[in-house]
Write a protein that binds this ligand. Sequence first.
Ligand code: MF3
Ligand code: CO
Ligand code: CO
Length: 252
Amino acid sequence: MQNIPLYDETGFDGMRKAGHLAAKVLAYIEPFVIEGVMTETLDAKCHAFILDHGAIPAPLGYKGFPKSICTSINHVVCHGIPGPQKLCKGDILNIDVTVIVEGWYGDSSRMFWIPPIAPATKRLIDVTHEALFRGISEVKPGNYLGDIGWAIQSYVEAEGFSVVRDFCGHGLGRVFHGAPEVLHFGRPKTGIPLKKGMFFTIEPMVNMGAYPIKILADNWTAVTRDRRLSAQFEHSLGVTETGVEIFTQWLS
Ligand code: MF3
Ligand code: CO
Ligand code: CO
């Protein structure tokens, strides 16, 4: 059985600050996500912005990850490593930011794209966004982790897309990745009951084709096996008395 910490008001305050900065980083970087920019340039800008705000980019050096953000383009599911690759017309991109503020972790990601993109591609992005919020709307004391997974899976599959199985949301707070594991698939009224003071992420990865993935030789980059597109959105949140507080509410 996983031991899940229950945080108090001090924790909520800490997570509000960390979550807000993660959201600020995503808003800050948006105007730089244009055709021809290298993902390592986006990384360098986010790195500097985070340090300027007195915070630490959690990915840098985490289990050997070499950069400060993850940039996952097109068929990359997650954990893409920023590098010299330049964004092209029609690319879709997830930028995943995690900051440490006074010891608290704020973790959020969203999609960007370089127009024009095909209607089916925009639909993948919209469905993934909606899937995150359908998951979030299940978060309240008395519900179960399985309710979140079911809300996401049933919606995504009805739209003809698939939910990645190999990565999940995670507890966070004064750690980056802790209990509980938050699966983006499941059955209603199963799994761990949600309690006030639990902090975790919901971060569904949705594939246009099939859900299997593989990890590239860099030991980080996860890609769809069928090389079709994948999208992801992520928020960090806390369970409140009556529902949920989103710590990473996007600003733009
Ligand atoms: N931010 C990612 C998550 O949502 C984790 C990235 S780990 C890294 O959990 F090492 F790749 F940065
Ligand atoms: Co996360
Ligand atoms: Co993340």
